[in-house]
Design a binder for this molecule. Sequence first.
Ligand SMILES: NC(=O)C1=CN([C@@H]2O[C@H](COP(=O)(O)OP(=O)(O)OC[C@H]3O[C@@H](n4cnc5c(N)ncnc54)[C@H](OP(=O)(O)O)[C@@H]3O)[C@@H](O)[C@H]2O)C=CC1
Ligand SMILES: O=C(CO)COP(=O)(O)O
Length: 331
Amino acid sequence: MPEATGPIGIAGAGAWGTALANAAAMAGNDVILWMRSPEQAAELAGTRMNERFLPGVRLLDRISPTADLGRLASCCAVLLVTPAQTTREMAEALSPVLSRKTPLVLCAKGIERTTGAFLCDVVEEVRPGAPVAVLSGPSFAHDVARGLPTAVTLACRDAALAEDLATALSGPTLRVYHRTDVRGVEIGGAAKNVLAIACGAVAGRGLGESAKAALIARGFAELLRFARAYGGEPETLMGLSGLGDLVLTCSSAQSRNFSFGLRLGQGASAETASEGKLVEGAATASALVALARAKGVDMPIAEAVEQILSGAWTLDQAVDALMNRPIKSEH
Ligand SMILES: NC(=O)C1=CN([C@@H]2O[C@H](COP(=O)(O)OP(=O)(O)OC[C@H]3O[C@@H](n4cnc5c(N)ncnc54)[C@H](OP(=O)(O)O)[C@@H]3O)[C@@H](O)[C@H]2O)C=CC1
Ligand SMILES: O=C(CO)COP(=O)(O)O
């Protein structure tokens, strides 16, 4: 990354984009925070608050909110923090704005639903040869924005760039580790959301803490199998962006994926359980399961989530199906 040659750009001013803007500013960077709505940009510039997505958190002075995508042209790196399913359209919009050398850091967690493509591959299709990185790990936006201690992983195939980006974004309360295993890091983030829906459903149905722990452990086995089949390194999945994020998301009602599952478990329909919030696991489940099937990877928990979301199974049928699988060796 060209050192200190410009501000950090953030595309997307939802909860995570806003939290990352504050974290990047706290790490000593000027930050340009882009959002699509000029009204929202004016409000953020005036009040220095993002009440809709991150209530109670003040934007640091080094952050410039804008609705002008062209302002990101001056940035030394841009973090893309819009929902996973908007990655292609955002990469296409950013492509003419950014220099070929500007790294795009993907912060969404998911798989493109319509094509089954990993998000890095989507971006490489749109910006062939331009640097792409992934930031993922256990990190609730509210925790990061409140300056609570958090650790995440940033992966880029270019090891030196991964280190530069991790260093630039690390601050007093956000610690960014770096890796070159882009695929492993993005798989961890995408798959844990689907598994968190299952954990939430178990909690919502009152099936007990033991069942939840079993789901986390067996879900992690699924994650490892899937990652191995698609070229992720097992060590990555054992780290922050795999096990770390799986445990966080599967055990807290702060997670939108877990809460969505919780409401499913309490009897809500898949249509109403999101309560209008972004639930990345629901958007990614069918693509994850299709990719698993294509390589013969056994992912019974992810399959059960997909069957519930598609309306093919009730939650009770899913539990029966999981409990009545043939007895086998654990590993
Ligand atoms: N929240 C968290 O704790 C964390 C979230 N993430 C990941 O970050 C990603 C974003 O999540 P989060 O910020 O929480 O989501 P939010 O729902 O809080 O915000 C989504 C943002 O994306 C914008 N957006 C939606 N669609 C488009 C589009 N088509 N073009 C441009 N902008 C768009 C929204 O703008 P508008 O208001 O105009 O619709 C909004 O600013 C997800 O993939 C999530 O998994 C990762 C780690 C932590
Ligand atoms: O990814 C997250 C924490 O690491 C946020 O999870 P949710 O999208 O489920 O809220």
